[in-house]
Design a protein around this ligand. Structure first.
Ligand code: KG4
Ligand code: ZN
Length: 339
């Protein structure tokens, strides 16, 4: 079985090839155009996908040493994501499947983040997975391949969204998550206590209150932005400590709910997935948690944590093994998971 995969749900145009021999290629073209807007601009994302997709797919095939005629099925992100961006990938995949007579597989982006853990060394079932990305934060219990139960999710902002929005308030570039991570390593996580939301709910998360409390903290402590020199001086003196304290609040809440999930299910395999699982504080806390609970922890290598097509390819491969193909009537879904 030879799978070509395409990912275009947000601001990465990506293509990969996965076969019975494993991952043969993984190409990611990141869009830089959004940086100056402090967030992804959907229309610009669609246009950039349109410009890049042909070359990205071509590169993935050539790095795999395959031609389109060798491909058995094309897997593509069906959702959730930006509608226009998804359409570029889906239309390309449909065109490819018609032209080269391949099967078509629609893949859920959030499931794919989780199955990124299966690209190299597949974990054993059952497992708990904490999926933390820019758009989603959820805890799932997975009993067998492609069958999972959602235990908890965020009630408002996703963890990555919290990093990005708070980073924007702190004047950091988009996406702020990796920048906050780097600054946090130089700061004191106990400098200021930011609130951890929903401490009594076993599995759900909430991050919009944290964003508000950072705004209040700045309002009450930082010199007014109009006094720009003093403000900037104050900000640069506190920035590492504020980043570390915010990262502490976000990661503590994630690990708290993850611990609840592990204890309530008795599951001894823990997975993390999504862009935020690249966070060093979260990784360190998850390692500690796994040790304390006698569990084995899996976190994908960095390149498979953020958006990529290798995760779409491996999930597509698993779907193909179960005969779960789509047809040309496949439609993108922006938010809801239609399962
Ligand atoms: O999974 P992903 O690439 O895209 C989505 O599907 O959303 O995740 C992107 C998110 C962004 O919010 C980004 O700021 C965050 O992951 N992120 C991080 C780190 N690396 C990426 N957040 C915290 N620490 C990091 N090291
Ligand atoms: Zn993602």
């Amino acid at each position: 079985m030879k799978i070509l995969a395409i990912e275009s749900s947000c601001d990465e145009t990506a293509a990969a090839v996965f076969t019975d021999d494993g991952l043969l290629s993984n190409v990611v073209a990141s869009q830089t155009i959004h940086e100056k807007y402090g967030g992804v601009v959907p229309e610009l994302a669609s246009r950039a996908h349109q410009r890049t997709i042909y070359g990205t797919v071509g590169q993935a095939l050539s790095e795999a040493g395959l031609s389109p005629a060798d491909i058995d099925a094309v897997a593509v992100t069906q959702g959730p994501g930006l509608m226009g961006a998804l359409l570029v990938g889906i239309c390309f995949a449909k065109g490819f499947s018609i032209a080269h007579r391949t099967k078509l597989i629609g893949v859920n982006h959030i499931d794919a983040h989780m199955y990124a853990n299966f690209i190299l060394e597949p974990p054993v079932y059952p497992f708990i997975c904490l999926t933390v990305s820019g758009g989603h934060t959820q805890l799932v219990y997975v009993k067998e391949p492609l069958k999972h139960t959602v235990l908890g999710k965020t009630r408002d902002d996703a963890a990555g969204e919290a990093f990005d929005k708070i980073g924007k308030i702190l004047g950091l570039p988009y996406p702020a998550g990796p920048v906050m991570d780097a600054k946090s390593r130089l700061g004191n996580p106990n400098f200021h206590t930011f609130p951890i939301a929903l401490p009594n709910d076993p599995f759900d998360f909430s991050y919009s209150g944290l964003k508000t409390s950072v705004m209040y903290y700045l309002r009450d402590n930082a010199p007014a932005p109009e006094q720009s020199e003093e403000h900037n001086k104050w900000m640069s003196a506190q920035l590492n400590d504020i980043c570390a304290s915010v990262s502490h609040a976000i990661t503590e809440s994630l690990v708290l709910k993850l611990r609840n999930a592990v204890r309530s299910t008795g599951c001894k395999t823990i997975l993390m997935a999504g862009g935020v699982s690249a966070n060093s504080m979260l990784r360190a806390k998850a390692v500690e948690l796994a040790k304390a609970e006698g569990a084995k922890l899996y976190v994908p290598p960095m390149q498979f944590c953020t958006d990529n097509a290798a995760m779409i390819a491996v999930t597509g491969y698993m779907q193909a093994e179960k005969g779960l193909f789509t047809d040309l009537t496949m439609k993108p879904y922006a938010r809801i998971n239609p399962k």
